[in-house]
Design a protein around this ligand. Structure first.
Ligand code: ADP
Ligand code: ASP
Ligand code: MG
Length: 474
């Protein structure tokens, strides 16, 4: 009988240096005794940010930026290799590969500095270097432990559209490629180490899946290979009741539904890329979130049903890099197309709208977009409504960047009356002012907008109100 297949993903901190890579490779080596294993790796922590910063410097004409980062990354990866791989021949061959990838990177930086132009396509090629460097190092570390392994670039596997910076995968060709390329390796008992974060268009042009996208790579490949389970190894013990950096008493949730986890990810819980759960829904493949620094802990299991914890509210999250845009004025009452024109404007810009709230008198529509899209959205709306502004049908189009969305999430909130009342009561008690509120008809979340400095008090108050810091259930 075929062995069960696990797809494992290791995030940036889990491959942050030689010690972390060794710890993560040991996790893989242990799993490989029992399962077929395919691995997805991120770039070493901080590398993608540094690559992108250097790209922006090159765009300003800085010709040193590319050289400096290539030197630093060479040192960093060679240093990790020196400590992980003792056999000279194996180490030298990976060093050579690192140099090849960095030479490609240097050409990209030179071109950027020369033209003072950074297209989304070039930025993707530059951002991908971290994963491309990490995979061969991880693979060599595993081989050193006696586990046969090879590094694979996901451009050979994951086929996407051409939307650089946030490409969408195409399931059928990805499935064909992945099974054809990885199937034989897995059959031979090898562990493929695949670069996270990246894919390629049908013509072979490299794309990225969006920042934090290696989680998504893992579930795309898990679905393509019909994996039995997917384990996302990170630096916290699973999905917690709130971001532990903001709420120190946050606890691990033992089991959570796809829907709840997706809501948390959508509203900013960094532990999962927002699209991570999409590929696993049809086959209901379980996804685990576990701590590579404490592999003895079970972490969180994400499943189709999740598990009830009784109280309704499972977790809280906040999303901060956002801005509130409002379009309104008494004159828009009775103007039926204001809503339509507002959101066709955001759609044209591909600016994702994270929350919408409209008062019943229709004299104010407000909605939230990522800060990165806020200024262009504001300008486009002012163009769209120029005539209406002149005739004072619309009397204001404004933007407030100092806000955040807080979301209270839980599938069982649906059958639990009073969650909204308790939420707003406890916020009132803490003196947190609520700027806007939204609750979808699915009732798996209540989200509200507060000023950025109220995020922490809002999270602390609701966390306490719903007893989320209590002893872990299950
Ligand atoms: P990786 O590099 O492994 O992908 P990330 O930094 O992208 O890791 O995501 C893990 C981080 O997500 C944690 O260190 C934690 O600070 C943050 N985080 C935010 N909200 C949550 C949450 N609800 N549960 C767990 N972690 C969270
Ligand atoms: N390295 C990429 C990033 O920093 C992808 C990831 O870590 O998931 O966005
Ligand atoms: Mg991540």
């Amino acid at each position: 009988m075929n062995k069960k297949l696990q797809v494992m993903k290791f995030g940036g901190t889990s491959v942050g240096d030689a010690v972390c890579i060794r710890r993560s490779a040991t996790i893989v080596a242990n799993a490989a005794k029992q399962f077929s294993v395919a691995v997805v790796v991120s770039a070493m922590s901080g590398v993608t940010n540094r690559l992108i910063d250097a790209a922006h410097n090159a765009k300003r004409g800085d010709r040193q930026a590319g050289r400096a980062i290539a030197d630093a990354l060479r040192r960093q990866h060679f240093e990790a290799l020196a400590s992980l791989v003792t056999a000279d021949a194996a180490r030298v061959s990976v060093e050579r590969r690192v140099d090849e990838i960095l030479a490609e990177g240097s050409r990209l930086y030179e071109g950027t500095a020369l033209l003072r132009e950074l297209t989304p396509r070039t930025l993707d090629a530059i951002s991908s270097l971290g994963e491309r460097l990490c995979a061969p190092v991880f693979s060599a570390a595993l081989s050193q432990m006696g586990v046969a392994s090879s590094a694979i670039e996901a451009t050979e596997l994951i086929v996407t559209d051409a939307f650089h910076g946030g490409a969408d995968p195409q399931a059928d060709p990805t499935r064909q490629n992945s099974q054809a390329r990885l199937g034989p390796l897995l059959q031979q008992g090898q562990v493929p180490i695949v670069t996270g974060f990246i894919g390629a268009t049908p013509d072979g042009v490299l794309t990225t899946l969006g920042r934090g996208g290696s989680d998504y790579s893992a579930t795309i490949l898990g679905a393509a290979l019909d994996a039995d389970e997917i384990i996302i190894w990170t630096d916290v013990e699973g999905v917690l009741t709130a971001d532990p950096r903001l709420v120190s008493e946050a606890r691990t949730i033992p089991e959570i539904s796809y829907r709840e986890a997706a809501e948390l990810a959508y509203f900013g819980a960094k532990v999962l890329h927002p699209k991570t759960l999409r590929p696993v829904l049809p086959a209901a493949i379980p996804v685990w979130i576990r701590n590579s620094f404490a592999p003895e802990k079970l972490g969180t299991k994400i499943t189709a049903q999740g598990r009830s914890i009784g109280g309704g509210v499972k977790a809280l999250t906040a999303i901060r890099d956002v801005a509130l845009i409002s379009v309104g004025g008494p004159g828009i009452v009775g103007v039926p197309d204001v809503v339509g024109r507002t959101f066709s404007t955001t759609a044209q810009l591909r600016a994702e709208v994270l929350l919408i709230s409209q008062s019943s008198s229709q004299n104010d529509i407000c909605f939230i977009v990522a800060k990165a899209h806020a200024q262009e959205t504001l300008e486009a709306l002012r163009r769209e409504f120029a005539q209406d502004l002149t005739h004072q049908v619309v009397d204001h189009i404004t933007m407030d960047p100092n806000i955040a969305i807080v979301a209270v999430v839980g599938e069982n909130m649906r059958g639990t009356p009073g969650v909204a009342g308790r939420t707003f009561h406890c916020l009132g008690r803490e003196g947190v002012n609520i700027i806007a509120i939204a609750q979808g008809s699915s009732e798996t979340n209540i989200s509200f907008v507060v000023s950025d400095e109220s995020v922490k008090p809002a999270l602390l108050a609701t966390h306490r109100e719903f007893g989320l810091g209590g002893p872990t259930i299950g």
